[in-house]
Design a binder for this molecule. Structure first.
Ligand SMILES: Nc1ncnc2c1ncn2[C@@H]1O[C@H](COP(=O)(O)OP(=O)(O)O)[C@@H](O)[C@H]1O
Ligand SMILES: [Mg+2]
Length: 279
């Protein structure tokens, strides 16, 4: 493959301390990475529109995740948005002992982030396969929220709505928790901000209740009942008054998210209307 305008990839640790330098500078030449039986020159995947780093691991609304050599994955933003701040947040929460993948490298334009590969299913996958673990996992998710909200929100992070002094993830639900053999690990820090814990919990309440489920049939009914039980169990770990108080503003904000479908917006509006009047 022809080398074209290769953006340099820098080590996130260096980026965070302002000591960024390119892999080529560090290694003298294009680094060769063994990937299965295939040898891939790492600088080929640094091109803005080059071949994927390796097989696709997962594809979400915001990004695609590819294998990237032993023990690593590459997250590429679909819209080529910069993930520099996301990498910085991940480094920051890791310093506070919070379970997060280690950031390895980030491309110079920030649209590709290489991080530790966490082995294990997501909490969502485990819940789908072993629904009887609902109460345990609702408690794990609530504890992840509580631990996160104990971390001070740094000034370099945007405020979430009216702001606040703690770190909020804004997407801390079962799809963004990988259950590794060493414990739960939180991924997908794109929307991390400085806010208040109850707003983060209110947001997850809205997102979990609004998520679309398969239409019709017994399976859909079971899924709906299961989801309600999970959400109720999760909320049972918090003081609900401040969470309810945050619902209208958070709901109004989330309804404007262009990624939300019409049916999801309608569900969120129903939830806000139902819960807002309660103490
Ligand atoms: N560090 C990682 N290690 C292993 N798998 C990961 C890692 N990060 C993401 N994934 C996989 O990619 C999926 C989507 O990742 P995520 O960061 O949540 O992207 P999106 O923003 O598209 O939701 C996850 O559900 C998980 O299966
Ligand atoms: Mg995600």
């Amino acid at each position: 493959m022809r080398d074209v305008g290769i953006p340099e990839r820098v080590h996130a640790g260096a980026l965070l301390t302002g000591r960024a330098r390119s892999l080529q500078q560090r290694n003298g030449a294009a680094k060769t990475v063994a990937r299965g039986h295939q040898q891939v020159r790492r600088n080929e995947i640094q091109c803005g529109h080059a071949a994927p780093a390796g097989p696709l691991v997962a594809s979400g609304r915001d990004s695609e995740i590819f294998e990237y050599g032993p023990g690593l994955v590459l997250r590429r933003s679909r819209k080529r948005r910069s993930m520099e701040r996301e990498a910085k947040v991940m480094g920051y929460v890791a310093q506070h002992g919070y379970p997060v993948p280690r950031v390895e490298e980030i491309s110079a334009d920030g649209s590709e982030l290489v991080m530790e590969r966490i082995d294990g299913p997501t909490m969502f996958e485990v819940l789908s396969r072993h629904p009887w673990t609902l109460w345990r996992h609702a408690s794990v998710l609530a504890a992840l929220h509580d631990r996160l909200h104990e971390i001070p929100g740094p000034q370099w992070l945007d405020p979430f709505l009216a702001g606040g002094n703690c770190l909020v993830h804004s997407d801390l639900h079962p799809l963004n928790v990988i259950l590794s053999p060493k414990g739960p690990v939180v991924i997908d820090w794109a929307n991390a901000a400085r806010g208040v814990g109850p707003a983060d919990v209110a947001l997850i309440w809205l997102v979990m209740i609004a998520a679309e489920l398969p239409e019709g049939g017994a399976q859909a009914i079971v899924a709906r009942v299961f989801r309600r039980l999970f959400v109720r169990s999760f909320l049972g770990h918090f003081d609900l008054a401040p969470v309810r108080a945050a619902l209208p503003v958070v709901g109004m904000w989330k309804c404007q998210d262009p990624n939300m479908r019409a049916a999801e917006v309608a569900s969120m509006q129903r939830l806000v209307a139902r819960e807002s009047g309660r103490p």
